[in-house]
Design a protein around this ligand. Structure first.
Ligand SMILES: O=C(CO)COP(=O)(O)O
Length: 124
């Protein structure tokens, strides 16, 4: 992790992983300037774009919680979290926690590509 760089967390539910990969491709030049962390499965998909990604645990196994903990410690500058509004998740409490922590610590969090682009514009 390069302390001089911004850190961006990428998280996407299964129904939104294709959207996340498309988003990363659209913003790859800016994202290359950042440290990228991601929940496990999302990160594996994103790596296919060639972007370097530090993988956390898969979301249902605690990945959202790991990203929330880093955000609470001031180690995350932006979170791009494409939730599936049509899906149901066993780890819903973790999803809510990640959003709550981002509000508590005023960490920008985008839940769709439009606001994700605004976060990237704002950070770079
Ligand atoms: O479930 C998730 C976010 O809540 C995402 O986790 P994965 O990237 O491991 O699929």
């Amino acid at each position: 992790m390069d302390q001089a760089k911004k850190t961006i967390a990428l998280v996407a539910h299964d129904g939104k992983k294709a959207d996340m990969v498309a988003f990363v491709k659209d913003h790859i030049e800016d994202l290359r300037k950042a440290n990228i962390i991601a929940t496990g499965t999302t990160g594996s998909y994103v790596r296919q774009t060639g972007l370097e990604v530090e993988l956390k645990l898969s979301g249902p196994m605690g990945g959202d919680a790991q990203i929330a903990a880093l955000a609470a410690e001031g180690k995350v500058d932006g979170i791009i979290f494409f939730r599936d509004p049509l899906g149901k998740h066993a780890h819903e409490p973790d999803i809510q926690m990640l959003m709550r922590i981002s509000d508590l610590y005023n960490v920008p969090l985008a839940t769709n590509p439009a606001t994700g682009s605004l976060i990237i514009q704002g950070l770079f």
